[in-house]
Design a binder for this molecule. Structure first.
Ligand SMILES: [Zn+2]
Length: 211
């Protein structure tokens, strides 16, 4: 008799364990779905926030210098292609160095333009070990229907679209302007490794007048 009671009890305990396990499965499934949707919404928020900032810039008739991040009237900005070779270090502990070419389109403020013009044509001293040297050139650029063209030594040369991204303000600039213009705060998901815990962080500005 006790054996039977025990057997019944065991059966019911097993059922309970199964239900609990199922419920855990369901919760962790929901949890990972919710985590994914949290990351998704935070990412979209970030994109739209930058979009809002760009609209604000436009509404104010200003843009930013892609060199120094200064905010300037649109009419003061001019396109500039900078090209040349630069020294760089690489390898373990940056122990090696060499030279590499660079080519980048900028939307420059008058100050940076002047600086670039002063530097135009400059060459570093010849490095006999690397058999190379640094150099710097700045060319004026025109935007046409089919892309950007640089005036190089008397010829208009079409630029590779890859080098012509001017539309993404640095995150530093975004934060600086967002603060000054009182745009919505930055939000992010912080996940602490190795635990998979995720925390939503809203970088709410502390207002000086708030008590
Ligand atoms: Zn500048």
């Amino acid at each position: 008799m006790t054996q039977e009671v025990l057997a019944t009890e065991l059966l019911s305990m097993r059922k309970r364990a199964e239900r609990t396990a199922q419920s855990i499965d369901q919760i962790s499934h929901n949890l990972s779905a919710e985590r994914q949707s949290l990351r998704q919404v935070v990412k979209e928020y970030g994109t739209k926030r930058v979009e809002l900032l760009k609209q604000e810039l436009q509404a104010r008739g200003v843009t930013w210098c892609t060199y120094c991040s200064a905010v300037i009237p649109e009419s003061d900005a001019e396109l500039l292609l900078v090209e040349g070779r630069e020294e760089y270090s690489h390898g373990y502990g940056n122990a090696c160095y060499g030279f590499r070419g660079f080519s980048k389109l900028h939307r420059a403020c008058p100050t940076c333009r002047e600086r670039a013009a002063d530097k135009h044509g400059q060459k570093g001293s010849y490095d006999s070990q690397a058999k190379d040297q640094s150099s710097f050139y700045a060319f004026r650029v025109e935007k046409r229907d089919d892309g950007y063209y640089a005036r190089k030594f008397g010829n208009w040369v079409k630029l590779d679209d890859e080098n012509c991204k001017l539309n993404e303000p640095s995150s530093q600039l975004v934060e600086k302007l967002a603060e000054g213009w009182n745009l919505p705060p930055r939000i992010e998901v912080e996940s602490r490794w190795p635990s998979s815990e995720e925390k939503l962080i809203v970088h709410e500005r502390v207002l000086a007048e708030a008590s």
